[in-house]
Design a protein around this ligand. Sequence first.
Ligand code: ATP
Length: 248
Amino acid sequence: PDDPPALYVEHVDVTYGRAVSALRDVSLTVPHGRVVALLGANGAGKSTLLRAVSGTLRLHRGAITAGRVRYGGTVLDGRDPVAAVRAGVVQVPEGRRVFAGLTVDENLRSGGLGLGRRGPAQTAEARDRVFTLFPRLAERSRQAAGLLSGGEQQMLAIGRALMAAPRLLLLDEPSLGLAPLMVDRIAEVVREIHAQGTAVLLVEQNAGMALSLADHAHVLETGEVRLSGPASDLAGTDAVRRLYLGEE
Ligand code: ATP
């Protein structure tokens, strides 16, 4: 066990159903308090890796068939999302899934569930922190989440995850489908979360944004890690520039 803890993904294989191999021999580490980016084309296995860490793979009929996932001294493979949340690891799913019919406030309160007994004071404190980060959510706390803009819903999805006070936040394509200004805002938020000492494993198709935020990055290709290195080094490699930064 290490303190402060880091995430270790060690030689992980993931299969969906009986036949679909989605990850093969994937290893990576997210040190305490760092931002690590995971890049790759559609279907490369990025979301699968986040699910393998957050315990949500089974909800998608997937399973870890080899390897180990641990956060510090806690083994996470074969466990459920509650175990991950209790260990301090929380995922923000792709597609900003919020409860459209519930208010912003109700959505936020759902984010602390599964943590056992948490008093109203702790919940209020967590919510105050979210509102400081996202003043817009404070203004709209009594509105139905379904009435928020796409960017605001993404903020709510992140805010809900932060209610569990994670030490490692797993972010799946937070910029997807958002206008450039909102993408900048999300990038600022990731910086702020990082500045507060929370580690982030960031899946992004927006490689420019991800590499500007990350310390370290990995490129997944058809279920395998193809490239790894400091984000500034990867941004300079020809393959990444061509494939993910849209340069010739
Ligand atoms: P995207 O950005 O499109 O989500 P990704 O890199 O996150 O891509 P994954 O969603 O992890 O990729 O998918 C990896 C592989 O696993 C793909 O071949 C995909 O078709 C397959 N896959 C993902 N989810 C399932 C599922 N529930 N059942 C079967 N196969 C799946």
